[in-house]
Write a protein that binds this ligand. Sequence first.
Ligand SMILES: NC(=O)c1ccc[n+]([C@@H]2O[C@H](COP(=O)([O-])OP(=O)(O)OC[C@H]3O[C@@H](n4cnc5c(N)ncnc54)[C@H](OP(=O)(O)O)[C@@H]3O)[C@@H](O)[C@H]2O)c1
Length: 313
Amino acid sequence: MNESDKIFVAGHRGLVGSAIVRELQRRGFARLVLRTSADLDLRDQAAVRAFFEQERPDIVYLAAARVGGIHANNTYPADFLRDNLQIQTNVIDAAWRARTRKLCFLGSSCIYPKQASQPMREDALLTGPLEPTNEWYAVAKIAGIKLCQAYRRQHGFDAISLMPTNLYGPGDNFDLQNSHVLPALIRRLHEAKLRGDAEVTIWGTGTPRREFLHADDLARAVVHLMDVYSGEELVNIGCGEDLSVRELAELIAGVVGFTGRLVFDPSKPDGTPRKLLDVSKAFGLGWRPTISLQEGVASTYQWFLTHRQELRG
Ligand SMILES: NC(=O)c1ccc[n+]([C@@H]2O[C@H](COP(=O)([O-])OP(=O)(O)OC[C@H]3O[C@@H](n4cnc5c(N)ncnc54)[C@H](OP(=O)(O)O)[C@@H]3O)[C@@H](O)[C@H]2O)c1
Protein backbone atom coordinates (compact mmCIF):
# COMPACT_ATOMS: atom_id res chain seq x y z
CA MET A 1 0.00 0.00 0.00
CA ASN A 2 1.10 3.59 -0.68
CA GLU A 3 0.33 6.60 1.49
CA SER A 4 -1.54 8.14 -1.47
CA ASP A 5 -3.92 5.15 -1.68
CA LYS A 6 -7.62 5.72 -1.14
CA ILE A 7 -8.77 3.12 1.38
CA PHE A 8 -12.34 2.03 2.12
CA VAL A 9 -12.76 0.45 5.54
CA ALA A 10 -16.22 -1.16 5.53
CA GLY A 11 -17.57 -1.42 9.08
CA HIS A 12 -15.29 1.31 10.50
CA ARG A 13 -17.40 1.76 13.66
CA GLY A 14 -17.13 -1.90 14.63
CA LEU A 15 -14.58 -3.60 16.86
CA VAL A 16 -12.39 -4.69 13.93
CA GLY A 17 -13.02 -1.78 11.55
CA SER A 18 -12.24 0.86 14.18
CA ALA A 19 -8.98 -0.91 15.06
CA ILE A 20 -8.00 -1.06 11.37
CA VAL A 21 -8.72 2.67 11.03
CA ARG A 22 -6.53 3.42 14.07
CA GLU A 23 -3.70 1.33 12.64
CA LEU A 24 -3.94 2.92 9.18
CA GLN A 25 -3.91 6.40 10.70
CA ARG A 26 -0.96 5.45 12.90
CA ARG A 27 0.91 4.43 9.73
CA GLY A 28 0.11 7.74 8.01
CA PHE A 29 -2.70 6.74 5.63
CA ALA A 30 -4.94 9.79 5.36
CA ARG A 31 -7.25 9.06 2.41
CA LEU A 32 -9.76 6.90 4.26
CA VAL A 33 -13.30 6.49 2.92
CA LEU A 34 -15.77 5.63 5.69
CA ARG A 35 -19.55 5.09 5.65
CA THR A 36 -21.91 4.06 8.43
CA SER A 37 -24.58 1.46 7.66
CA ALA A 38 -27.14 4.29 7.79
CA ASP A 39 -25.23 6.15 5.05
CA LEU A 40 -24.55 3.08 2.92
CA ASP A 41 -26.39 -0.20 3.54
CA LEU A 42 -23.97 -2.75 2.12
CA ARG A 43 -26.86 -5.18 1.59
CA ASP A 44 -28.12 -2.86 -1.15
CA GLN A 45 -26.38 -3.92 -4.36
CA ALA A 46 -27.28 -0.84 -6.40
CA ALA A 47 -26.14 1.54 -3.66
CA VAL A 48 -22.86 -0.35 -3.22
CA ARG A 49 -22.11 -0.29 -6.96
CA ALA A 50 -22.88 3.44 -7.15
CA PHE A 51 -20.63 4.12 -4.15
CA PHE A 52 -17.69 2.21 -5.68
CA GLU A 53 -18.19 3.88 -9.08
CA GLN A 54 -18.00 7.25 -7.42
CA GLU A 55 -15.23 6.69 -4.86
CA ARG A 56 -13.06 4.11 -6.69
CA PRO A 57 -11.01 3.07 -3.64
CA ASP A 58 -7.58 1.52 -4.31
CA ILE A 59 -7.76 -0.71 -1.24
CA VAL A 60 -10.73 -2.27 0.62
CA TYR A 61 -10.87 -3.76 4.11
CA LEU A 62 -14.16 -5.67 4.43
CA ALA A 63 -14.87 -5.60 8.19
CA ALA A 64 -18.63 -5.05 7.92
CA ALA A 65 -20.77 -8.02 8.86
CA ARG A 66 -23.70 -9.06 10.99
CA VAL A 67 -21.88 -10.44 14.03
CA GLY A 68 -23.05 -12.00 17.31
CA GLY A 69 -22.77 -14.80 19.86
CA ILE A 70 -24.51 -18.19 20.13
CA HIS A 71 -27.82 -16.68 21.25
CA ALA A 72 -28.00 -14.22 18.36
CA ASN A 73 -27.01 -16.89 15.81
CA ASN A 74 -29.71 -19.23 17.10
CA THR A 75 -32.42 -16.59 17.17
CA TYR A 76 -31.76 -14.88 13.82
CA PRO A 77 -30.43 -17.59 11.44
CA ALA A 78 -32.04 -16.05 8.35
CA ASP A 79 -30.59 -12.61 9.09
CA PHE A 80 -27.10 -13.98 9.74
CA LEU A 81 -27.00 -15.97 6.51
CA ARG A 82 -28.69 -13.42 4.22
CA ASP A 83 -27.06 -10.22 5.50
CA ASN A 84 -23.55 -11.63 5.41
CA LEU A 85 -23.99 -13.16 1.94
CA GLN A 86 -25.34 -9.87 0.64
CA ILE A 87 -22.73 -7.60 2.26
CA GLN A 88 -19.71 -9.60 1.13
CA THR A 89 -21.01 -10.39 -2.38
CA ASN A 90 -21.93 -6.77 -3.05
CA VAL A 91 -18.61 -5.39 -1.78
CA ILE A 92 -16.32 -7.97 -3.43
CA ASP A 93 -18.07 -7.69 -6.79
CA ALA A 94 -18.31 -3.88 -6.77
CA ALA A 95 -14.64 -3.57 -5.73
CA TRP A 96 -13.54 -5.76 -8.62
CA ARG A 97 -15.74 -3.80 -11.09
CA ALA A 98 -14.32 -0.49 -9.81
CA ARG A 99 -10.74 -1.81 -10.29
CA THR A 100 -9.84 -1.83 -6.62
CA ARG A 101 -6.22 -3.04 -6.43
CA LYS A 102 -6.54 -5.22 -3.35
CA LEU A 103 -9.26 -6.36 -0.95
CA CYS A 104 -9.06 -8.01 2.46
CA PHE A 105 -11.99 -10.20 3.50
CA LEU A 106 -12.33 -11.04 7.18
CA GLY A 107 -13.76 -14.42 8.09
CA SER A 108 -13.79 -16.12 11.45
CA SER A 109 -12.46 -19.25 13.14
CA CYS A 110 -16.05 -20.65 13.22
CA ILE A 111 -15.63 -21.61 9.53
CA TYR A 112 -13.67 -24.71 10.62
CA PRO A 113 -15.36 -28.07 11.30
CA LYS A 114 -16.53 -28.73 14.86
CA GLN A 115 -14.22 -31.72 15.16
CA ALA A 116 -11.22 -30.18 13.40
CA SER A 117 -7.96 -31.31 14.97
CA GLN A 118 -6.38 -28.67 17.21
CA PRO A 119 -4.74 -26.29 16.63
CA MET A 120 -6.79 -25.72 13.47
CA ARG A 121 -4.81 -25.36 10.28
CA GLU A 122 -6.04 -23.44 7.27
CA ASP A 123 -6.41 -26.67 5.27
CA ALA A 124 -9.07 -27.96 7.72
CA LEU A 125 -11.61 -25.86 5.81
CA LEU A 126 -14.52 -27.98 4.47
CA THR A 127 -13.22 -31.25 5.91
CA GLY A 128 -16.22 -31.94 8.22
CA PRO A 129 -19.54 -30.74 9.70
CA LEU A 130 -19.74 -27.29 11.29
CA GLU A 131 -20.72 -26.38 14.85
CA PRO A 132 -24.56 -26.18 14.50
CA THR A 133 -25.00 -23.14 16.79
CA ASN A 134 -23.30 -20.79 14.35
CA GLU A 135 -23.47 -22.63 11.03
CA TRP A 136 -25.52 -19.86 9.36
CA TYR A 137 -22.78 -17.34 9.95
CA ALA A 138 -20.05 -19.86 9.12
CA VAL A 139 -21.64 -20.89 5.81
CA ALA A 140 -21.84 -17.24 4.76
CA LYS A 141 -18.19 -16.69 5.69
CA ILE A 142 -17.10 -19.81 3.78
CA ALA A 143 -18.97 -18.48 0.73
CA GLY A 144 -17.03 -15.20 1.17
CA ILE A 145 -13.70 -17.06 1.15
CA LYS A 146 -14.74 -18.97 -1.95
CA LEU A 147 -15.87 -15.75 -3.64
CA CYS A 148 -12.43 -14.22 -3.06
CA GLN A 149 -10.76 -17.35 -4.46
CA ALA A 150 -13.12 -17.43 -7.47
CA TYR A 151 -12.60 -13.74 -8.34
CA ARG A 152 -8.84 -14.27 -8.05
CA ARG A 153 -8.96 -17.30 -10.39
CA GLN A 154 -11.44 -15.95 -12.93
CA HIS A 155 -10.60 -12.24 -12.89
CA GLY A 156 -7.13 -11.99 -11.34
CA PHE A 157 -8.59 -9.88 -8.50
CA ASP A 158 -6.17 -9.65 -5.56
CA ALA A 159 -8.60 -10.52 -2.75
CA ILE A 160 -7.14 -12.16 0.36
CA SER A 161 -9.05 -13.88 3.21
CA LEU A 162 -7.87 -13.66 6.82
CA MET A 163 -9.41 -15.71 9.65
CA PRO A 164 -9.19 -14.04 13.05
CA THR A 165 -9.75 -15.93 16.28
CA ASN A 166 -12.11 -14.50 18.96
CA LEU A 167 -11.40 -10.80 19.27
CA TYR A 168 -11.95 -8.24 21.99
CA GLY A 169 -10.98 -4.65 22.74
CA PRO A 170 -12.21 -1.05 22.80
CA GLY A 171 -15.52 -0.63 20.96
CA ASP A 172 -16.56 -4.22 21.65
CA ASN A 173 -20.26 -5.13 21.85
CA PHE A 174 -21.26 -5.37 25.53
CA ASP A 175 -24.95 -6.07 24.83
CA LEU A 176 -25.98 -8.96 27.10
CA GLN A 177 -28.17 -10.63 24.43
CA ASN A 178 -25.83 -10.39 21.44
CA SER A 179 -22.27 -10.20 22.72
CA HIS A 180 -19.38 -12.66 22.74
CA VAL A 181 -18.19 -14.38 25.92
CA LEU A 182 -15.38 -11.99 26.91
CA PRO A 183 -17.25 -8.64 26.79
CA ALA A 184 -20.37 -10.32 28.22
CA LEU A 185 -18.34 -11.54 31.21
CA ILE A 186 -16.76 -8.11 31.76
CA ARG A 187 -20.19 -6.51 31.92
CA ARG A 188 -21.88 -9.22 33.99
CA LEU A 189 -19.10 -9.45 36.56
CA HIS A 190 -18.85 -5.67 36.81
CA GLU A 191 -22.61 -5.32 37.38
CA ALA A 192 -22.58 -8.21 39.89
CA LYS A 193 -19.79 -6.45 41.79
CA LEU A 194 -21.80 -3.20 41.92
CA ARG A 195 -24.88 -5.07 43.25
CA GLY A 196 -22.76 -7.01 45.73
CA ASP A 197 -24.00 -10.38 44.34
CA ALA A 198 -22.66 -13.49 46.09
CA GLU A 199 -22.46 -15.47 42.84
CA VAL A 200 -22.69 -15.23 39.06
CA THR A 201 -23.98 -18.06 36.86
CA ILE A 202 -22.17 -18.63 33.58
CA TRP A 203 -23.57 -20.60 30.61
CA GLY A 204 -22.12 -24.09 30.05
CA THR A 205 -19.59 -26.18 31.93
CA GLY A 206 -16.69 -23.71 31.87
CA THR A 207 -14.45 -26.33 30.24
CA PRO A 208 -14.49 -25.25 26.57
CA ARG A 209 -11.17 -23.74 25.60
CA ARG A 210 -10.95 -20.51 23.64
CA GLU A 211 -8.31 -18.23 22.20
CA PHE A 212 -8.55 -14.42 22.35
CA LEU A 213 -6.73 -11.71 20.45
CA HIS A 214 -6.83 -7.97 21.05
CA ALA A 215 -8.37 -6.06 18.11
CA ASP A 216 -5.30 -3.79 17.91
CA ASP A 217 -3.06 -6.84 17.44
CA LEU A 218 -5.44 -8.08 14.73
CA ALA A 219 -5.34 -4.69 12.99
CA ARG A 220 -1.52 -4.74 12.94
CA ALA A 221 -1.66 -8.23 11.41
CA VAL A 222 -4.24 -7.32 8.79
CA VAL A 223 -2.48 -4.15 7.59
CA HIS A 224 0.89 -5.97 7.57
CA LEU A 225 -0.48 -8.94 5.59
CA MET A 226 -2.05 -6.63 3.00
CA ASP A 227 1.54 -5.54 2.26
CA VAL A 228 3.33 -8.88 2.36
CA TYR A 229 0.75 -11.52 1.38
CA SER A 230 -1.09 -12.28 -1.84
CA GLY A 231 -2.66 -15.67 -2.50
CA GLU A 232 -5.89 -17.66 -2.50
CA GLU A 233 -5.13 -19.59 0.67
CA LEU A 234 -6.62 -18.20 3.85
CA VAL A 235 -4.39 -17.10 6.74
CA ASN A 236 -5.33 -17.63 10.40
CA ILE A 237 -4.72 -14.80 12.84
CA GLY A 238 -4.60 -15.62 16.53
CA CYS A 239 -2.20 -15.58 19.45
CA GLY A 240 -1.57 -19.35 19.39
CA GLU A 241 -2.62 -19.92 23.04
CA ASP A 242 -5.99 -20.79 24.58
CA LEU A 243 -7.58 -21.00 28.04
CA SER A 244 -10.80 -22.46 29.48
CA VAL A 245 -13.93 -20.33 29.91
CA ARG A 246 -13.51 -20.88 33.67
CA GLU A 247 -9.94 -19.53 33.55
CA LEU A 248 -11.13 -16.60 31.47
CA ALA A 249 -13.94 -15.84 33.97
CA GLU A 250 -11.43 -15.98 36.83
CA LEU A 251 -9.05 -13.63 35.02
CA ILE A 252 -11.88 -11.16 34.32
CA ALA A 253 -13.22 -11.41 37.89
CA GLY A 254 -9.72 -10.46 39.08
CA VAL A 255 -9.51 -7.45 36.74
CA VAL A 256 -13.05 -6.26 37.54
CA GLY A 257 -12.73 -6.93 41.27
CA PHE A 258 -15.66 -9.38 41.58
CA THR A 259 -15.01 -11.53 44.65
CA GLY A 260 -18.18 -13.69 44.61
CA ARG A 261 -18.52 -17.28 43.38
CA LEU A 262 -18.50 -18.32 39.71
CA VAL A 263 -21.21 -20.97 39.11
CA PHE A 264 -21.42 -22.90 35.83
CA ASP A 265 -24.76 -24.06 34.35
CA PRO A 266 -24.14 -27.27 32.37
CA SER A 267 -27.75 -27.31 31.07
CA LYS A 268 -26.77 -24.47 28.68
CA PRO A 269 -24.84 -25.18 25.44
CA ASP A 270 -21.04 -25.12 25.46
CA GLY A 271 -20.43 -24.71 21.73
CA THR A 272 -17.25 -26.14 20.22
CA PRO A 273 -15.09 -27.92 22.86
CA ARG A 274 -11.86 -26.26 21.77
CA LYS A 275 -11.00 -23.50 19.32
CA LEU A 276 -7.36 -22.76 18.84
CA LEU A 277 -5.90 -21.62 15.54
CA ASP A 278 -2.64 -22.80 14.07
CA VAL A 279 -0.97 -19.45 13.45
CA SER A 280 2.35 -20.65 12.06
CA LYS A 281 1.55 -19.21 8.63
CA ALA A 282 0.87 -15.67 9.96
CA PHE A 283 3.92 -15.88 12.25
CA GLY A 284 5.99 -17.03 9.25
CA LEU A 285 4.86 -13.91 7.38
CA GLY A 286 6.49 -11.73 10.01
CA TRP A 287 3.71 -10.81 12.48
CA ARG A 288 3.46 -11.47 16.24
CA PRO A 289 0.82 -10.29 18.77
CA THR A 290 2.08 -7.86 21.42
CA ILE A 291 -0.79 -7.46 23.94
CA SER A 292 -1.16 -10.07 26.73
CA LEU A 293 -4.68 -11.17 27.72
CA GLN A 294 -4.30 -9.72 31.22
CA GLU A 295 -3.19 -6.36 29.83
CA GLY A 296 -5.84 -6.37 27.08
CA VAL A 297 -8.71 -7.24 29.43
CA ALA A 298 -7.61 -4.51 31.85
CA SER A 299 -7.57 -1.82 29.13
CA THR A 300 -10.87 -3.08 27.66
CA TYR A 301 -12.44 -2.87 31.15
CA GLN A 302 -11.22 0.74 31.42
CA TRP A 303 -12.81 1.46 28.02
CA PHE A 304 -16.06 -0.14 29.22
CA LEU A 305 -16.08 2.00 32.40
CA THR A 306 -15.60 5.18 30.36
CA HIS A 307 -18.23 4.36 27.72
CA ARG A 308 -20.84 2.30 29.56
CA GLN A 309 -23.46 5.09 29.52
CA GLU A 310 -23.50 5.04 25.69
CA LEU A 311 -23.52 1.25 25.24
CA ARG A 312 -26.12 -0.71 23.29
CA GLY A 313 -28.41 -2.96 25.37
N1 LIG B 1 -15.45 -9.84 17.00
C1 LIG B 1 -14.84 -11.00 16.84
O1 LIG B 1 -14.53 -11.72 17.79
C2 LIG B 1 -14.47 -11.48 15.48
C3 LIG B 1 -13.75 -12.66 15.38
C4 LIG B 1 -13.38 -13.14 14.15
C5 LIG B 1 -13.75 -12.44 13.03
N2 LIG B 1 -14.45 -11.29 13.11
C6 LIG B 1 -14.82 -10.64 11.86
O2 LIG B 1 -14.54 -9.27 11.80
C7 LIG B 1 -15.55 -8.59 11.08
C8 LIG B 1 -16.07 -7.43 11.90
O3 LIG B 1 -16.50 -7.88 13.16
P1 LIG B 1 -16.70 -6.88 14.41
O4 LIG B 1 -16.53 -7.70 15.62
O5 LIG B 1 -15.91 -5.66 14.19
O6 LIG B 1 -18.26 -6.54 14.28
P2 LIG B 1 -19.07 -5.31 14.88
O7 LIG B 1 -18.35 -4.64 15.98
O8 LIG B 1 -20.46 -5.78 15.10
O9 LIG B 1 -19.09 -4.28 13.65
C9 LIG B 1 -19.70 -4.64 12.47
C10 LIG B 1 -19.71 -3.45 11.56
O10 LIG B 1 -20.39 -3.86 10.37
C11 LIG B 1 -21.18 -2.79 9.94
N3 LIG B 1 -22.37 -3.31 9.26
C12 LIG B 1 -23.19 -4.30 9.67
N4 LIG B 1 -24.21 -4.44 8.79
C13 LIG B 1 -23.99 -3.52 7.82
C14 LIG B 1 -24.70 -3.15 6.64
N5 LIG B 1 -25.83 -3.77 6.28
N6 LIG B 1 -24.21 -2.14 5.88
C15 LIG B 1 -23.07 -1.49 6.24
N7 LIG B 1 -22.34 -1.79 7.33
C16 LIG B 1 -22.82 -2.79 8.11
C17 LIG B 1 -21.59 -1.99 11.16
O11 LIG B 1 -21.72 -0.65 10.75
P3 LIG B 1 -22.49 0.51 11.63
O12 LIG B 1 -21.76 0.59 12.94
O13 LIG B 1 -22.34 1.75 10.83
O14 LIG B 1 -23.90 0.04 11.77
C18 LIG B 1 -20.42 -2.24 12.10
O15 LIG B 1 -19.54 -1.14 12.09
C19 LIG B 1 -16.59 -9.64 10.74
O16 LIG B 1 -16.41 -10.06 9.41
C20 LIG B 1 -16.31 -10.76 11.65
O17 LIG B 1 -16.60 -12.00 11.08
C21 LIG B 1 -14.81 -10.78 14.31
